[in-house]
Design a binder for this molecule. Sequence first.
Ligand SMILES: [Zn+2]
Ligand SMILES: [Zn+2]
Length: 138
Amino acid sequence: MEIIVNCPRCGEPFIKTKDRKICPKCFKEEEDKFGKVKDYLYSNPLASMVEVVRETGVEEKLVMRWLQDGRLIPVKKGNISYPCRNCGELISTGKFCRKCASRYYDLIQKEVGKMKQVTASVADPFASELKNEMEGMV
Ligand SMILES: [Zn+2]
Ligand SMILES: [Zn+2]
């Protein structure tokens, strides 16, 4: 059965699917914005978050989400930054700073050791999210 919902961005009704939470028009718009930011960073690898937002006109919220998801990877880390979800320290990739990530990674290692099997059984969703994060870093 098709579920028609209103797009949370523009309010237009559209058919909701598992991985489509905004309408096709807004989705396309977001993809265009992503391309813009990516191109801008490619030719301006030293740009800061403020510059990216100012020059591309794309909301910081979106840029931050792409960075957190690892979809957008800054060419040169450190110029573009946003706060670690846990402690607020400025980071430029992933969701957590290295300090928080390694602290939780230790925790996970202990957990894993205790259970003698890998992650699927790590109970804390925050911890398993971090495990994914760490795998991306190594
Ligand atoms: Zn829409
Ligand atoms: Zn942190």
